[in-house]
Write a protein that binds this ligand. Structure first.
Ligand code: OOG
Ligand code: NI
Length: 447
């Protein structure tokens, strides 16, 4: 096929189109983007070393582009079609997240690029949740939800035609790729017209606000987008001054010398006008904006330590107290690259320096990289965490669902059912990081 478009290019076009659409739909999100850009600029001005590092890594130009978004779907067929749609963009399901533990009746995965080059080009991911109707206690309501979902098709007919064509051809021409992005965008657009009447909406909303959000509209509207910030504490503090109401707590680990995993915060979902079947007016609260700051990916051992300390820290009442307390508790988590590497807590990407190249013959599989790093032959760079955190995700969900207590729901992960709905297994995030580290070690002759 002549003149084909790459998956990376399609993902790039798609993330740009999503961003433009969402800024139009949710003007407050545009305000957040401006604030994030201002803070990023200020951080770079005060930190020439970081500026140089980002410039060298070719990251300056894409500093302010979105890193992820999130959607929620209602049926196995919707989820498996999304799998095909995201595959066109080089995004594959990684990880299984059980949110039922937090009283949210969904389970989730993240569609994201997986290889180093694709991640470097554009790491855009979509956190995708599938409703679990079996967790709706009221039988009548459950059936109403299922039948409302059965009536909708969240994909345009043209999108389906193009998906079939992609599966036959294995690629798109430039023109097909561009058309596909426009058609795919329709699935994520906001619809003011609900598919159900007011009474059904309220019944589902009372069962759980998330159920109403998934079931009552003709599409699976994007519910937030998330740019990257270089200083999440500062953006959180500045949000109110820009007329944005942040959630109470920044989720994830505390601020550290060597950032780990993922820190996130969001602004509260907006109340937006909707029109129910029968033309009754009402409002719906679902859509918000979020920011993220990522650090090094942890090994299973590092992750265990993180989960334990996070559990010990508990949840604070206000962000300042919470962050100070987290910092105290996380004194138990080594905070230097050397210790993180030596204790096998985090993943690193190894590279030979020019003098390392000159001494290639002196480097052997199984060598301890540390002395080679100290000699200036090898450089180790943190592998950035590309995934999500279930406790943080639950915090983000809950801050946008009000503070109702759904403690009566017990967690019951159902990865198998999720994968069956998806139509394939989800990839193991730890395996992906391990492979990236191993590949880099092999290139250096260390493995
Ligand atoms: C998804 C919430 C999770 C994150 O960044 O952890 C999430 C949702 O509200 O649908 O996006
Ligand atoms: Ni998010």
């Amino acid at each position: 096929m002549a003149n084909t478009i790459t998956a990376d290019d399609i993902r790039e076009l798609f993330s740009q189109a999503m961003s433009a659409m969402y800024q139009q739909e949710v003007p407050q999100y545009g305000t957040l983007l401006e604030l994030v850009a201002d803070v990023n600029l200020a951080v770079l001005e005060n930190n020439p070393a970081l500026h140089e590092h980002l410039a060298n890594a070719d990251e300056l130009a894409r500093l302010n582009v979105e890193r992820h978004g999130a959607i929620r779907v209602g049926t196995a067929h919707e989820l498996s079609t999304l799998r095909r749609l995201f595959a066109v963009m080089g995004m594959f399901p990684v990880g299984y997240y059980d949110l039922s533990q937090a009283g949210v009746p969904v389970h989730s995965t993240a569609f994201r690029p997986i290889d180093d080059a694709a991640l470097a080009r554009n790491p855009f991911r979509i956190f995708t949740s599938l409703l679990r109707p079996e967790l709706i206690d009221d039988t009548k309501l459950r059936e109403r939800a299922i039948s409302a979902l059965a009536l909708r098709d969240i994909f345009t007919p043209r999108c389906r035609v193009l998906l079939d064509r992609f599966d036959e051809q294995g690629a798109f021409t430039q023109a097909e790729g561009e058309e596909f992005v426009q058609e795919a965008l329709e699935t994520f657009r906001w619809h003011r017209h609900a598919t159900v009447d007011e009474e059904t909406y309220h019944a589902l909303n009372n069962e759980h606000r998330l159920i109403a959000d998934v079931v009552c509209f003709p599409g699976c509207h994007i519910n937030h987008l998330t740019p990257r910030t270089l200083d999440i504490d500062r953006v959180q503090a500045l949000m109110p001054g820009s007329g944005i109401e942040p959630k109470t707590l920044i989720e994830g680990p505390p601020r550290r010398e060597v950032p780990i995993l993922l820190r996130q915060t969001s602004f509260r979902a907006l109340e937006e006008p909707v029109l129910f079947a029968g033309s009754h007016q009402g409002t719906h609260t679902a859509r918000f904006g979020e920011i993220e700051q990522r650090g090094v990916a942890l090994t299973p051992k590092g992750r265990e330590l993180y989960d334990r300390l996070l559990g010990e820290a508990g949840i604070g009442k206000d962000n300042l107290t919470h962050q100070l307390h987290l910092q105290e508790v996380f004194k138990g988590f080594p905070d230097s690259d050397v210790l993180l590497r030596r204790q096998g807590l985090a993943y690193y990407r190894y590279r030979l320096t020019p003098s390392g190249e000159a001494h290639r013959n002196a480097i052997h599989p199984g060598d301890d990289p540390q002395p080679l790093i100290e000699r200036g032959w090898v450089i180790a760079q943190p592998i950035i965490y590309e995934d999500f955190l279930p406790v943080s995700a639950a915090g983000i969900f809950q801050s946008n669902l009000g503070d109702e207590n759904h403690a009566h729901r017990h967690g019951n992960a159902s990865r198998q059912a999720f994968e069956q709905a998806l139509g394939c297994p989800v990839m193991d995030e730890f395996a992906l990081y391990q492979q990236a580290q191993d590949r880099s070690k092999k290139r250096c002759g260390l493995l």
